[in-house]
Design a protein around this ligand. Structure first.
Ligand SMILES: *Cc1c(COP(=O)(O)O)cnc(C)c1O
Length: 365
C-alpha cells in the first residue's frame, strides 16, 4: 500500500489509532453504538462553546456538501430569501444548491482574494427587505482565505437575520465561539480539523431555529429536522449510519482533547502554516492570499516561474512521501498545500527540504 502523508484539506492524514477504531463492526441499533452518537453530539456542543439548552448537534450521512445542502433545504422556506456571500468555489457551490433547490436567493460575489464589504452587505439588506438568511464560508478552502465570520455574525444579529456558516475546513482547528457570535447554523464534517475519516458531516444548530424547520425540506434524505428528531430520541440515525466512521470520529475527538483541545491544535496548525509560508517565501514561492487574510489551514502558492511544471513537482514530492493539492484558480497558476491533520512541524520541515531540493535541481537543469 502506498504510504504517504496527505497535505490536502480533507480527507487528511489521520492517526493510526483513529484508523484502528474501524477494525470492529458495530450494530446500529445497539445501545453501545447509539451511546457513541450521543456522546459525539454532546462533545461537539462543548467544542462549539454552546449550551445544550440553546443549541443541538445533528450528524448527517455523506460528505460535507450533503450537510450544507441539508441546512439549505431545511432552514430556508419558500417564504424566505437567502443572501449568499461568495469568494471561492465552496461559496459558489452553495449558490448552485440554492438554484437546484429552487430557493429565493441573491449572490454577493467578491474577488477570490478579497473580503466581503460590511457596508455593501448592509446596503443589500436595507434595500432588499425580503432577505431573511445570510450564508458565508469561513475558511474558503479554494484559496485558503479566512473570511470574517465575526462581521457576518454581527450584521446578521443587528438585522435579525439567520446566519449559516460553512466552517467545514476550520471547525476544530480554530476556536469559534458560536454562542458569543450568535451563529444559527454552523456546518463541518468528520474528515477535516477533528481529524476523522470521511463519511458524515454535522450541523450545530440553534434549537429554536431548527425546531421551526419542520416540513421545509425538499428532500427526504437531507431533511435536517427529521434527521434531528430521530437522532435526538436516543442516538439512532435515520437510515444506515456510517458506523466505522462514527467510531473513528469519537476516537478523533478524544485525541483532540488529549492534544489540549482546539487552542493547542490551532497552535500546531498555525505553526505548521507559518513555517511552510516562511520557507517557501525564501525559495521565491509566494502566496496568493496576503498574510493578514491567510488561514492556518491551507495555502495557495503561485507558480515560482513560467516554466514551473506542477506534474513533475507533484510526482517528485509524492515519491518522497507527501501528496500536495493542485490549485483551483483559473486566472493564475497555483498549487495548494494543506497543513491540517496528523501533520507536525517535522513533517513540514521535511517537506520544505524536499521542495528546496527540487527547486535547486530545477536551477541546475
Ligand atoms: C471540504 C469542504 C466542503 C465539503 O466538501 P465535501 O467534498 O463535500 O466534503 C465544503 N466547504 C468547504 C469550505 C470545505 O473545505
Amino acid at each position: 500500500m502506498p504510504n504517504y502523508k496527505l497535505l490536502t484539506p480533507g480527507p487528511l492524514t489521520t492517526s493510526h489509532s483513529v484508523k484502528e477504531e474501524m477494525l470492529c463492526d458495530r450494530c446500529t441499533w445497539d445501545e453501545d453504538y447509539k451511546g457513541i452518537t450521543q456522546k459525539i453530539r454532546t462533545q461537539l456542543l462543548e467544542l462549539a462553546c454552546v449550551q445544550e439548552q440553546d443549541y443541538t448537534a445533528v450528524l448527517m450521512q455523506g460528505s460535507g456538501t450533503f450537510a450544507v445542502e441539508s441546512v439549505m433545504t431545511s432552514a430556508i422556506s419558500d417564504n424566505d430569501k437567502v443572501l449568499i456571500v461568495t469568494n471561492g468555489a465552496y461559496g459558489e457551490r452553495i449558490v448552485k444548491m440554492a438554484h437546484c433547490i429552487g430557493l429565493n436567493y441573491r449572490e454577493y460575489r467578491v474577488a477570490y482574494n478579497a473580503y466581503p464589504n460590511e457596508a455593501e452587505i448592509k446596503e443589500m439588506l436595507e434595500e432588499d427587505q425580503a432577505i431573511t438568511h445570510l450564508v458565508m464560508v469561513h475558511c474558503e478552502t479554494t484559496t485558503g482565505i479566512l473570511n470574517p465570520i465575526e462581521m457576518i455574525a454581527r450584521v446578521a444579529r443587528e438585522y435579525s437575520k439567520t446566519s449559516i456558516i460553512d466552517a467545514m475546513s476550520s471547525f476544530g482547528g480554530m476556536e469559534i465561539n458560536i454562542h458569543e457570535l450568535g451563529i444559527d447554523y454552523l456546518i463541518s464534517s468528520a474528515n477535516k480539523c477533528i481529524q476523522g475519516v470521511p463519511g458524515f458531516g454535522f450541523v450545530i444548530a440553534k434549537r429554536d431555529k431548527l425546531l421551526a424547520c419542520e416540513g421545509n425540506a425538499r428532500s427526504l434524505s437531507l431533511d435536517l429536522f427529521d434527521q434531528w428528531s430521530e437522532m435526538n430520541k436516543d442516538g439512532k440515525w435515520r437510515f444506515t449510519s456510517p458506523t466505522h466512521v462514527v467510531a473513528a470520529f469519537s476516537k478523533a475527538i478524544d485525541e483532540l482533547h488529549a492534544e489540549g483541545g482546539i487552542s493547542e491544535r490551532y497552535r500546531r496548525y498555525q505553526n505548521n502554516n507559518q513555517i511552510l509560508r516562511d520557507r517557501l517565501e525564501r525559495m521565491g514561492i509566494h502566496t496568493y492570499i496576503t498574510a493578514e487574510k491567510q488561514s492556518p489551514i491551507i495555502t495557495t502558492f503561485l507558480f515560482p516561474s513560467e516554466d514551473f511544471n506542477f506534474e513533475d513537482f507533484y510526482l517528485y514530492v509524492k515519491e518522497r512521501g507527501f501528496v500536495l493539492y493542485p490549485g483551483k484558480l483559473t486566472e493564475v497558476d497555483t498549487f495548494r498545500v494543506g497543513n491540517i491533520g496528523e501533520i507536525y512541524e517535522e513533517d513540514i520541515q521535511t517537506l520544505c527540504d524536499i521542495i528546496e531540493d527540487y527547486m535547486e535541481g530545477c536551477q541546475h537543469a
